[in-house]
Design a binder for this molecule. Structure first.
Ligand SMILES: [Zn+2]
Ligand SMILES: [Zn+2]
Length: 264
């Protein structure tokens, strides 16, 4: 999708879908790194930490709720990522809270759990992938039905979904040939995450980390994530520490990095 440029008083509006959305999720840390301003005031930096961490939490959540099979541990992780994402918005970025944020943070984990509890499936089964191709197939299937509007098994939709079921599941399950199912799942987490020297967010753990006193943090977190620790702690607790509240309330200059405009 092409980004639309708008006057500076309006927040920029982007709509990235599919592959582009996944790439943004995967490499958003690079975007946030470009927004770092030298000698930035503390409140702006705090908001950048909140935004960067929210994007990381959303990436981790996306990697989980797009799975077709899942388990209890993954569901718990999904809930915890999305709670962090939601609280970061509420506490640090209230003006960017909207219906989409609420849907991601509240509706998705609710339905993910419901799908798992009732059907043992991951939320990825409701993927909209290939929806146009699916619609076209269903439309052509309609020609094969008797188009009955009666209730019950004669109904055209009953016949269509019966065909769908046969083709998508029954034949696959009962076929002697190996499954041709090929998952659309595309991992949102960069492949280098998990290798030594890289933080979970995707950034390299740099030499400046040696200045961090806690030896465990030195090897597991990058400087951005170390900087964001207090922000994350507030979001996990669901409230600002007195220091943080004071810092944010006395901030005279604030920056909304997505706008790229200083608001004084
Ligand atoms: Zn992570
Ligand atoms: Zn990091």
């Amino acid at each position: 999708m092409m980004p639309t440029l708008q006057p500076a008083t309006q927040p920029a509006s982007f709509r990235l879908i599919g592959e582009h959305g996944i790439k943004l999720a995967k490499y958003s840390y690079r975007l946030f790194d470009t927004l770092v301003i030298p000698n930035e005031d503390k409140a702006s930096r705090v908001r950048l930490y909140a935004l960067g961490t929210a994007a990381h939490a959303l990436r981790d959540a996306g990697a989980l709720f797009n799975k077709v099979t899942t388990d209890e541990a993954e569901l718990n992780k999904l809930e915890s990522c999305l709670e962090l994402y939601y609280n970061l918005h509420c506490l640090f970025l209230p003006e960017s809270g909207n219906l989409t944020v609420w849907t991601m943070a509240k509706a998705i984990p609710y339905y993910a759990r419901k799908l798992y509890d009732e059907y043992g499936a991951g939320y990825g089964v409701v993927s909209m992938q290939e929806k146009e191709a699916k619609n076209a197939t269903i439309k052509s299937d309609l020609k094969l039905t008797n188009r009955s509007k009666e209730e019950g098994e004669l109904n055209k939709f009953h016949q269509i979904f019966h065909m769908e079921y046969m083709r998508a599941f029954w034949l696959e399950e009962h076929s002697p040939s190996p499954s041709r199912y090929n998952p659309h799942f595309n991992c949102r987490v960069p492949s280098h995450v998990g290798t030594p020297g890289y933080c979970d967010c995707g950034r390299e753990i740099g030499e400046e980390q040696l200045a961090v006193e806690d030896p465990e943090l030195q090897v597991t977190l990058c400087s951005f994530c170390v900087g964001a620790l207090e922000v994350v702690a507030c979001a996990r607790e669901g409230e600002l520490t007195p220091d943080m509240a004071c810092l944010l309330s006395t901030a005279k200059v604030s920056i909304n990095p997505l706008k790229g405009v200083l608001e004084i």
